[in-house]
Design a protein around this ligand. Sequence first.
Ligand SMILES: Cc1cc2nc3c(=O)[nH]c(=O)nc-3n(C[C@H](O)[C@H](O)[C@H](O)COP(=O)(O)OP(=O)(O)OC[C@H]3O[C@@H](n4cnc5c(N)ncnc54)[C@H](O)[C@@H]3O)c2cc1C
Length: 279
Amino acid sequence: MYEPDLKEVFRGALSPSTPDVHYVTEFRYPERGGFAGFLEGFAAETDLRLGWEVTRIDPVTRQVHMASKPPVAYEHLISSIPLPELIPMIQGVPHDVVEAVGRLAATECVVVNVGIDREDVADTHWTYFYDPEISFARLSYPSRFAPANAPEGTGSFQAEVYFSEKYRPRRHAPGEWIDPVVAHLRKAGLIRDDDEILLTCAWLIPYANIIFDLDRAAALETVHGFLQDVGIRYCGRYALGLPLDGRRLQERRGSGPGGAGLHLHRERSDSLIASVKSD
Ligand SMILES: Cc1cc2nc3c(=O)[nH]c(=O)nc-3n(C[C@H](O)[C@H](O)[C@H](O)COP(=O)(O)OP(=O)(O)OC[C@H]3O[C@@H](n4cnc5c(N)ncnc54)[C@H](O)[C@@H]3O)c2cc1C
């Protein structure tokens, strides 16, 4: 992870052009199975029970109630469920905690996947779009991450369209974002007139990024204080309410800055585009 020094931050804020840097300087990706492939080793050694939906937690009797499964008693409970989902499930939550969790903000992401009959979709791995007229803020090219991600002779785009219940509520079903995304891929010159679209689908990711607004710190303190009081531990991005920031990763992995590969340029439409190359 690349961490800029203060001088670079000032230079970036004040000058029109800056050296090419990006917080990701290198990344690993499994040959098969996507990012989830990294977790297969852990899953094999864990008593993992998927599809157990928690509906209620009673911190007094120390029981977790599930939808269509018998309740489970616990001695210690560690939850990675996003706080806005977790808090309403806990029995006997005080009003000020319910009110505090309602002030926490996160983005919601509609991910639109598009497959076409051409391999050379880009010469980068992902691109940021800082353009209000383009629906997606980030575009990845999964077919470029690993050959097994797409059949030979085809290529793929994965577009991220962001919303927030608090600041930019989503007014359409995820599937309704497919047409605008395809139109904007054409507008940006990434899908050409002679390309055949082989596949489209849309997914909803209800919690994508934490929004650091002025309500966050105080609201988080109230919510975390309550969880401590009732003996429920928490982990994960949407329970800690933190980003996975560079310093924390560096501390954990001991990694330092390396050769960065951010390319900022104006191309195709008149939007500012930032592309990341890992090679
Ligand atoms: C489009 C996108 C791209 C990203 N790309 C990267 C990347 O390249 N690299 C990277 O490091 N990070 C990336 N991230 C961030 C990364 O995905 C998150 O930081 C990570 O998933 C957070 O993990 P988590 O376990 O804290 O939360 P989650 O993965 O959200 O896990 C919370 C879990 O709680 C479950 N849950 C909710 N309610 C209940 C219930 N009632 N009962 C039982 N379970 C419940 C949910 O189903 C979910 O599985 C990306 C995020 C997005 C949105």
